[in-house]
Write a protein that binds this ligand. Structure first.
Ligand SMILES: Nc1ncnc2c1ncn2[C@@H]1O[C@H](COP(=O)(O)OP(=O)(O)OP(=O)(O)O)[C@@H](O)[C@H]1O
Length: 328
């Protein structure tokens, strides 16, 4: 039977979340019980520990929260990709219900990808995010990586094209090799650089070639990574690109409700009891999530510099209007 010390140690391990030690002590108790002739109790205890351990490990792998070894792009890849390990979650974003549902669906399919594949289907993993600047496309890449506990690799295509003029297709191959070998969220930001016909006449030929190789790589890619293209200029994109993605997800400027959520979240550490949110939302009309966030930060800093814990509505409205003024 368990000694008083063992019971106390079990409680301490439980409080500290030290599962490994908790199971070890439980097994010690089982061994002692067996030695003292309580073999039925010992057997039951061992089985119980095995069951609980198996359940905990299944939950961990479904959540995809097993620690991912730190991946750091090396050699040539280092100039093409930047890596981050975001802690961002979808709850950190103010999202409309339909957008949230679409992103949740991506996560569900990712978390259950083995089951989906076992039945001969392919989980959703190639996403094209479209919409105006500052509406959360990049943040979505970070949130999906944060939710799945995998690294976020960012590839700036415009940089890739200008920096490696003439050899971009070969560089893209390196990126797609990485996509296959290291599971992560791969975000091709400023994606329109591939679909657009901007730049000098010489660039156009190069961009076409790169676009074609990109489409080929994307089509052949059967990895476990998420490949995300994000663009502010959907009208510039070649329609051929759309078909290669599993889903096209649209981002828009915030509704009144979403604007209020963005402001409340950004100012949550300060006293906002004096703010009429409907009035602040009116002043934020036409602004993106990013611009509203910046205006909140400005109003918050003003309050801090004035040694006040409260953000005044007039300060916030003024900061929002200043941002709107810079649109004109
Ligand atoms: N849905 C959102 N909820 C909360 N904050 C947001 C949201 N969208 C954007 N933001 C804020 O705006 C910042 C910039 O957003 P983000 O870079 O994701 O926009 P984007 O659509 O990728 O813009 P760009 O095309 O200019 O890169 C974020 O870091 C965050 O502070």
């Amino acid at each position: 039977m368990a000694t008083a010390d063992q019971v106390k140690a079990l409680i301490r391990c439980h409080a500290a979340g030290d599962d490994a030690r908790f199971y070890a002590i439980a097994m010690q108790v089982a061994a002692q019980a067996a030695r003292s002739g309580h073999s039925k109790f010992a057997q039951e205890l061992r089985e119980l520990v095995d069951q609980v351990k198996a359940k905990a490990s299944a939950i961990e792998s479904v959540r995809g929260q097993k620690p991912v070894p730190l991946a750091q792009p090396r050699g040539e890849l280092a100039g093409l990709l930047t890596v981050a390990y975001p802690k961002t979650r979808l709850v950190d974003m103010a999202l409309t219900a339909p957008l949230r549902a679409r992103l949740d669906r991506v996560l569900v399919e990712q978390r259950q990808r083995d089951r989906i594949r076992a039945h001969g289907f392919v989980p959703m993993r190639k996403l094209l995010l479209i919409g105006p600047p500052g509406t959360g496309k990049t943040m979505t890449g970070a949130a999906l990586a944060g939710e799945l506990g995998i690294p976020l690799f960012t590839i700036r295509l415009d940089g890739l094209i200008t920096k490696y003029m003439g050899e971009t297709a070969a560089k893209l191959r390196l990126v797609f090799d990485a996509i296959l070998s290291t599971r992560g969220v791969y975000l091709f930001d400023e994606f329109d650089a591939l679909g657009s016909e901007r730049g000098s006449k010489n660039d156009v030929g190069e961009i076409r070639r790169v676009l074609n190789s990109f489409l080929q790589f994307l089509e052949q890619d059967e990895s476990d990574s998420l490949v995300i293209g994000a663009t502010n200029h959907v009208q510039l994109l070649d329609r051929a690109l759309f078909r290669r993605f599993d889903a096209v997800v649209e981002y828009t400027l915030p509704t009144v409700e979403i604007a209020i959520r963005v402001m409340k979240a950004r100012l949550s550490l300060l006293d906002t009891s004096g703010i009429d949110w409907a009035c602040a939302a009116k002043a934020s009309e036409g602004l993106s999530h990013a611009e509203i966030t910046h205006a909140c930060e400005q109003a918050a800093k003003n309050a801090i510099l004035e040694q006040s814990a409260a953000v005044r509505e007039s300060e916030l409205v003024c900061a929002l209007e200043e941002r709107r003024g810079s649109h004109a």
